[in-house]
Every structure is written in structure tokens, then in C-alpha cells.
Design a protein around this ligand. Structure first.
Ligand code: HEM
Length: 222
């Protein structure tokens, strides 16, 4: 509770509040990876319980998204958030590429994946109640393509971000945000085609899979 409520203060200075919010936000959000790591431990314990339980677990697909959410939440919010939240780094990196890997992996991982988990949960319950066919393969392809895509996306953006944040400290805030500053890093920007493409592909597969499973599923053969 403390790490979340005071930790979110790392945004307040940039919204126009007093300077001390950079320190309060930076210190308390440094504690945020801890509860996020505990969520991964919880997901692992749950998975072991299912595996050893012996029962025919019918909600494997939604669980995959919940476990994925815990892991990407830690990587995106916990680890990549930690890269930018100490007060000095936060001061110089605001509005640079260094925020992008964090913002994208955290937002998609924490909220996107958990939303998809609940949609798959509802769809699975619907399939069980009506005796519809359920195939996990396509959901798994969608999951892995999207996950690999978003993790690879973090690589070029963090490299550009380090260079841009370094320019902000060495040359100045204004220069770091000009076209000339990021022009030499053009190659890394083009490198985004692969991860961005994977993310789009993963999204299309998931949309197709959910639509078919929820609205056009066939009755299971007796
Ligand atoms: C699910 C959780 C989280 C989500 C969805 C999230 C998302 C975001 C987004 C979208 C931004 C960009 C905001 C902007 O440019 O105005 C951002 C900035 C930031 N986040 Fe997070 N974040 C999360 C958790 C965390 C955690 C746990 C930390 C620290 C460990 C953290 C540290 C930061 C910092 C320092 C910034 C930069 C603030 C700025 O320069 O304006 N975030 N976050």
C-alpha cells in the first residue's frame, strides 16, 4: 500500500507539484518491485498446486495469462520502472525513450494481460457450460508471439533511451529532445519493426482466437 500510494508520487513533480515529490516518489516506488515479485512466487505456487493436484484443470488458458501478467508486471513495472525511478535518473530521463520500455511492458503486462485473462476466463466458462470445443494451441501462439514481441521491443528503446538520457545530462535537456540528438540512433529505431510486427501479429491472433472461441465455437463431439 505504501509503495503504491506514495510510489506513484514519481509522476507528481511532472504534473506541476513540488520538487520533494521527486524524492518521495523515487524512494517509495523503489519498494514496488517487492510486492510484484511476491506475485510471481504466488503464481508459481498456484501452478505447482495444479500440477500436483492431479485434477483435470480446465482453466489453463486464463491461468497462462494471469501468470504472464505477474511476470511481465515484475519485468515492466518492477525492473524497468526501477531503471528510471531514482530521483536523479528520473529528473534527466523524463520524456525520453528511457520511459518507453517501462511504460509499454508495464501497461501491457500488468493491465492488458490481466484483462485478457478475465476475457479468456469468461470465454472458457461459456465453452464449458455449453459443451463447446476448446483448443489451447492458438491462444498459446498468440501469448508467446505477443510476449516475445513486447520484451524485444524493450531492447532498442532502452538503448536509445540510455543515449538520450546521457545527452540530457551531458549537453542539456533541450538538445536531448531534438531530432539531431536521436538521428544517429536511427538504426535502432528501424530495429523496432521486428518486435512491433510481432506485437501486432500476436494481437491479431488473440482477437481472432477469442472471437472464434466465444461466438463461433462448435459443439464438442460426444
Ligand atoms: C502496473 C504498473 C505501472 C504502469 C502501468 C506504469 C506505467 C507508466 C507509464 C505509462 C509511464 C509514462 C508516463 C509519462 O510519460 O507521463 C510511466 C512512467 C514512470 N514510471 Fe511507471 N508504471 C507502473 C509502475 C511503476 C513502478 C512499479 C515504478 C517504479 C519501480 C514506476 C516508475 C516510473 C517512473 C519513474 C516513471 C517516469 C515518470 C516521468 O518521468 O514522468 N512505474 N509509468
Amino acid at each position: 500500500m505504501m509503495s503504491g500510494t506514495l510510489g506513484v508520487g514519481h509522476h507528481y513533480f511532472w504534473q506541476g507539484l513540488d520538487e520533494y515529490w521527486i524524492a518521495i516518489g523515487g524512494i517509495f516506488s523503489a519498494l514496488e518491485p517487492l510486492p510484484l515479485a511476491l506475485m510471481i512466487v504466488e503464481a508459481m505456487k498456484n501452478q505447482r498446486e495444479q500440477a500436483h493436484g492431479g485434477a483435470d484443470f480446465k482453466f489453463g488458458t486464463p491461468f497462462m495469462w494471469i501468470a504472464g501478467s505477474a511476470v511481465l508486471n515484475w519485468i515492466g513495472a518492477g525492473f524497468l520502472g526501477m531503471v528510471i525511478n531514482t530521483p536523479t535518473i528520473s529528473y534527466y530521463s523524463h520524456g525520453t525513450y528511457l520511459i518507453m520500455p517501462h511504460g509499454h511492458v508495464a501497461l501491457l503486462g500488468a493491465f492488458g494481460y490481466i484483462s485478457l485473462a478475465f476475457i479468456y476466463l469468461a470465454s472458457r466458462a461459456n465453452a464449458l457450460a455449453n459443451g463447446y470445443e476448446w483448443n489451447e494451441k492458438l491462444s498459446q501462439y498468440g501469448f508467446w508471439i505477443l510476449t516475445i514481441g513486447v520484451l524485444l521491443f524493450a531492447v532498442p528503446t532502452i538503448i536509445i533511451g540510455f543515449e538520450q538520457a546521457k545527452l540530457a545530462t551531458d549537453v542539456g535537456y533541450f538538445f536531448a529532445r531534438t531530432r539531431e540528438a536521436v538521428q544517429p540512433l536511427e538504426g535502432w529505431m528501424w530495429a523496432r519493426i521486428l518486435p512491433d510486427g510481432l506485437m501486432v501479429l500476436g494481437g491479431v491472433i488473440i482477437l481472432y482466437d477469442l472471437t472464434v472461441k466465444t461466438f463461433f465455437a462448435k459443439k464438442e463431439q460426444a
